[in-house]
Write a protein that binds this ligand. Structure first.
Ligand SMILES: [Zn+2]
Length: 142
């Protein structure tokens, strides 16, 4: 992993464009409304489960270490925001895969809370777009 990070950093520092791929689904998401409807339906199910999730003993233990000054940051692959809910400041949680608790516009990069987007889905807006007309997606890479 460290080798890959160093290699990526070297390519970025070199100043030429770097492309990150893997999201074959991206083209369909951007161009096909049915794909976006399916996407938001899947995220809605995840969102409902996430509302029930609470920090567990590990989250609480890390938050306790943080509160007592023994921990400066948490680096996590989790996308659930439970470290922040347990009490670690948002700026001190480094989310490698983003967070499902935020929504990002694929056009203007505006970030908003997931609550608004999912409230719109629940109200019948099956593909909650950004105010700029861009495609919104959860700010998580899974
Ligand atoms: Zn936008």
């Amino acid at each position: 992993m460290k080798n890959a990070i160093n290699q990526i950093a070297a390519k970025i520092v070199a100043g030429k464009a770097v492309v990150f791929t893997g999201a074959v689904y991206f083209d369909a998401f951007m161009s096909d409304k049915e794909a976006r409807i399916k996407y938001w339906q899947q995220k809605m199910a995840m969102y409902d489960d996430l509302q029930k999730a609470k920090p567990n003993a590990a989250h609480s233990a890390l938050a306790e270490l943080y509160r007592h000054g023994h921990l400066s940051a948490v680096i996590t692959q989790n996308i659930d925001g439970l470290h922040q809910e347990a009490g670690i400041a948002t700026d001190d949680v480094i989310e490698l895969h983003g967070s499902i608790r935020r929504v990002r516009c694929m056009s203007c990069n505006a970030i908003s809370s997931d609550h608004d987007a999912f409230a719109r889905v629940k109200a019948g807006d099956l593909t909650p777009e950004c105010h700029c007309g861009g495609r919104n997606a959860t700010a998580a890479v899974i």
